[in-house]
Write a protein that binds this ligand. Structure first.
Ligand SMILES: Nc1ncnc2c1ncn2[C@@H]1O[C@H](COP(=O)(O)OP(=O)(O)OP(=O)(O)O)[C@@H](O)[C@H]1O
Length: 256
């Protein structure tokens, strides 16, 4: 891997029948960087996310994570390489408790040996204890300690978003992909979300790839931003460059 990038996307294209939803998208995400993708509705942001995260197989292009080609690999494979994501429509195990959601996330990663689980070997019990400790740490870290035994589906929207992020972070990712994390949050929750993203990046050295419509969050948290329109790139730049670029203003406001 080049020290310059953790994720490299080149010539990405995704066609749905006659529709070119994404075409000619190139960008990289550097270590410890928050990189956002913005653009009007239907610009192709989610499609890029789904290609990078292993949910779609792109029609063309290359996706390289940490020096490994992951183009077209399924999401569980890219997750093993340290790329995890949240969803626009939150996807938790709603009938499980908050704590159970964090335990399940770890079992997918560490406990692949069913026999040791069945016979509760010392190694299994040790791993289970460690998993509980990690869950307790993350509950505390995202402010959900007091609701650890509540069913996830009964939490407020803001708390469900935090749990989704904790569930990603507990797997030790290198790249955290957040799909419209501010959707449905109130102004105070948005401020807390921005602080959380910033804090996670600083403390754990992760990179963050973000899709978001809330401009104050995007401008406040991102190092660089890719602006898309009709599946194509308009520009990549720092928040100030993007904010003042006439092409971006035109894409959002349309032509008179
Ligand atoms: N599975 C699919 N099958 C067919 N067309 C699709 C599919 N997914 C997305 N599209 C189309 O691709 C285009 C880009 O959609 P996409 O959801 O990626 O945009 P977006 O920028 O994420 O939009 P939004 O901000 O509204 O979420 C749209 O025209 C959409 O209708």
């Amino acid at each position: 891997m080049s020290a310059q990038n953790l994720l490299k996307v080149a010539g990405l294209q995704m066609r749905f029948g006659g529709l070119l939803a994404v075409d000619g998208i190139d960008f990289d995400v550097r270590p410890n960087e928050v990189f956002a993708i913005i653009g009007p509705n239907g610009a192709g942001k989610t499609t890029v996310f789904n290609c990078v995260g292993g949910f779609y197989k792109p029609t063309a292009g290359d996706i390289v994570l940490d020096g490994h080609a992951i183009t077209g690999q399924p999401s569980h494979m890219v997750a093993r390489r340290g790329l995890v994501r949240t969803f626009q429509n939150i996807r938790l195990f709603k009938q499980l408790t908050v704590l159970e959601n964090l335990m399940v996330a770890q079992h997918l990663k560490v406990n692949r040996n069913m026999l040791s689980g069945l016979f509760a070997t010392p190694g299994y019990r040790r791993a289970e204890r460690a998993a509980l400790e990690r869950a307790a740490y993350w509950l505390d870290r995202v402010g959900l300690k007091n609701v650890s035994n509540r069913e996830a589906g009964t939490l407020s929207y803001g708390h469900q978003r935090r749990l989704e992020i904790a569930r990603c972070m507990i797997t030790d990712p290198r790249l955290l992909m957040l799909d419209e994390p501010a959707a449905g949050l109130n102004p105070q929750e948005k401020i807390e979300l921005q602080q959380m993203v910033d804090g996670l990046r600083n403390e754990f050295g992760i990179s963050v790839l973000l899709i978001e419509h809330d401009m104050s969050l995007v401008m406040g948290v991102s190092d660089r931003i890719l602006v898309m329109e009709h599946g194509k790139p308009i520009m990549i730049g720092k928040p100030d460059e993007v904010r003042n670029d006439p092409r971006v203003i035109k894409a959002y406001l349309g032509e008179d």
